[in-house]
Design a protein around this ligand. Structure first.
Ligand code: GRF
Length: 199
């Protein structure tokens, strides 16, 4: 079993899709055992409803010493793999190096288009519309110290329509995220499980 922590800062619809996939037996070796948030948010309520342990970290403490704080929580729960699902605090190099190859994120655009610091939520979809791109979508990628810059593991495409607003585009991309992310989590967990058996 690959013990999965999901890190959230918002409503947590991706978290929900992960939890639902796990209860349907579609998450392979991955087992969500912890939800960590950097603020009180909907994701924590979803964890509570699913009976998954959750922890809210203090953002002021995280700002001073994110790596140690977060690491000690993950260690205390014996976490093997981390999935960011709308997590907004920037992870420092010390932390991303420890988790290299075992931490992934989902981003609502076709990276490397429209990623990087400050590119989250509506801003991403606004940038897509302003750029005149004909396609957008979502990307799952490894997390490295470069925001949204790690290796891309999978993507789903969504056609941009001339009448789209950031809201309508986001609303068509989100359901794709809910399918892509659990699938990518199951794939990486399978690799990590195999690696730990093979030693
Ligand atoms: C998603 O669009 C995800 O791609 C991005 O943050 C958003 C989180 O939404 N990283 P939710 O909290 O999962 O509903």
């Amino acid at each position: 079993m690959v013990r999965l922590a999901v890190l959230v800062s918002g409503g947590g619809t991706n978290l929900q899709s992960i939890l639902d996939s796990a209860s349907a037996g579609h998450l392979g070796s991955a087992s969500p055992v912890l939800v960590a948030a950097d603020r009180n948010c909907g994701g924590i309520d979803r964890a509570d409803r699913a009976g998954i342990e959750s922890v809210v970290l203090d953002r002021r403490v995280l700002k001073r010493n994110l790596s140690t704080e977060l690491q000690s929580v993950l260690d205390a729960h014996g976490i093997d793999m981390v999935a960011l699902a709308g997590w907004l605090s920037i992870l420092d190099r010390e932390f991303t190096r420890v988790w290299d190859g075992r931490i992934i994120n989902i981003h609502p655009s076709l990276l490397p288009r429209h990623g990087g610091p400050g590119m989250y939520g509506e801003r991403v979809h606004k940038a897509v519309l302003e750029s005149g791109d004909h396609w957008s979508g979502c990307s799952v990628h490894f997390v490295t110290e470069e925001v949204d810059g790690g290796e891309i593991l999978g993507q789903e495409r969504v056609k941009v329509l001339t009448e789209d607003t950031p809201e309508t585009l986001a609303a068509r991309i989100l359901p794709k995220e809910h399918i892509l992310y659990p699938r990518m989590i199951a794939e990486l967990a399978a690799k990590l499980a195999k690696r730990s058996i093979d030693g």
